[in-house]
Design a protein around this ligand. Structure first.
Ligand code: BGC
Length: 426
């Protein structure tokens, strides 16, 4: 029998969701309007109705030994009109937080997971004239109203993957394909994060609360050169690794964004990260045929082009556990503690999820053994949910959702993870 590798004491174990993907009826944001225009496979509609069923879902999480849970606040519910805050919505999130605490579950709260309130969107969103300040005042408000129950905050979720889908492939709102816009939004979100970081810390100081830990959730993806011997392909993979994986964090660590092709920007804070939130799913292969394609850092090869034997998820993404180790070791160089804020697989074959969990957690354990300071693992996702432009087909949940009846059924993989958590070892 192979010996198990243990995780540190007090390791945060749990799962993650986001408001628009699970709550249902989020009618006042840019995604709802995008969905109504028919731009996605199917609309979010009632989603998992978690706005009403959260107690049931959190009880399930507790029964699966989770001691942490990541969820997001829906900005369009909290601030439906600019500067007007809905106290009932804030109260609802307070109830969620109190419920988690009463179950012994540590909340990890995302302030913005992709969706924007319509008023903010119509004013130009992140690149609207006062986009950063508007986001920071929303952040200050939720910190003030809810902060007594929260230590861990994530300002925004995956700014780079959001920008990629919204401004490069154009499949997400506003669908405005332009590299130039993408660069502008990148620095606008950087600034917005810094302002929110400062605002949250300010609120805690004023209230005399224990200092919060503030970060954002970073999308990471392993980029491999399509032809290992091609200098061009290698260049494309290095550029993508730098611009997609590293630049956002590097800028926050240094207090400035200075990278070729990006609007040069000095940020409003010198260092605005208390830990690193890291999301990881897969590996892509990239190639660069003409130097002109450097603008786009080359191209991603068609998914089936490489390693036909590789295991893939329902959406065709390669399952590559070693990539998680590589990312964790690479991001350890920033010398900040790391929380794995997302990692998961969409599949209708739960045995694949069991393998995925074990294989990825072994890589996490190995990274810890090799010196990485990792304090938690949050699986994406607790329950099956609305997978953005792909609709409800992909199933990422540890718990199955029957969307017609809203019945939840725990999958065997959830029990395997529950055992791993109980043993604190894999
Ligand atoms: C996002 C989630 C999404 C998941 C699976 C992450 O990039 O934060 O919202 O559901 O990936 O695609």
């Amino acid at each position: 029998m192979k010996t198990k590798i243990s995780f540190p004491d007090n390791f945060l174990w749990g799962s993650a969701t986001s408001s628009h993907q699970v709550e249902g009826d989020n009618r006042n944001n840019d995604w709802w309007s995008w969905e109504t225009e028919g731009r996605v496979k199917e609309p979010s509609g009632k989603a998992c109705n978690q706005y009403e069923l959260f107690k049931n879902d959190f009880k399930l999480a507790r029964s699966l030994n989770h001691n942490a849970h990541r969820f997001s606040l829906e900005w369009s519910r909290i601030e439906p009109e600019e500067g007007k805050f809905d106290l009932q919505a804030i109260e609802h999130y307070r109830e969620m937080l109190k419920n988690l605490r009463s179950l012994g579950i540590t909340p990890i709260v995302t302030i913005n997971h992709f969706t924007l309130p319509m008023w903010f969107y119509k004013k130009g969103g992140w690149i609207g004239k006062r986009g950063g300040q508007e986001f920071a005042s929303y952040a200050a408000k939720v910190a003030e109203k809810l902060g007594e129950h929260i230590t861990y905050w994530l300002t925004v979720n995956e700014p780079v993957s959001n920008i990629y889908s919204a401004y490069i492939t154009g499949s997400w709102p506003p669908g405005d394909k332009s590299m130039k816009q993408a660069g502008k939004v990148f620095v606008a979100i950087l600034k917005a994060h810094c302002l929110a970081y400062k605002a949250i810390h300010r609120v805690y100081k004023k209230k005399g609360w224990v200092k919060p830990k503030v970060s954002f959730a970073k999308f990471t993806l392993v980029y491999a050169p399509c032809r290992p011997k091609s200098i061009n392909d290698k260049l494309a993979s290095l550029l993508r690794h730098y611009y997609v994986n590293k630049l956002f964090i590097a800028s926050l660590m240094k207090g400035r964004c200075l990278a070729p092709g990006m609007p040069p920007t000095i940020l409003p804070a010198r260092r605005s990260l208390d830990f690193i939130g890291l999301n990881y799913y897969t590996r892509d292969y990239v190639h660069l045929d003409k130097l002109l394609d450097l603008n786009t850092f080359g191209y991603v090869c068609s998914v089936l082009h490489h390693k036909d034997s590789a295991k893939r998820n329902f959406l065709g993404w390669e399952i590559y556990p070693k990539g998680l180790y590589d990312m964790l070791m690479d991001f350890s160089k920033y010398k900040l503690p790391i929380l794995i804020t997302e990692n998961g697989i969409c599949t209708s074959n739960d045995n694949d999820r069991i393998d995925f969990l074990k294989d990825h957690l072994k890589e996490v354990a190995q990274a810890i053994k090799d010196g990485a300071d990792i304090f938690g693992y949050l699986h994406w996702s607790l329950i099956d949910n609305f997978e953005w432009a792909h609709g409800y087909g992909p199933r990422f949940g540890l718990v199955d959702v029957d969307y017609a009846s809203q019945r939840r059924t725990v999958k065997p993989s959830a029990r395997i993870l529950a055992d791993i958590i109980k043993n604190n070892a894999v």
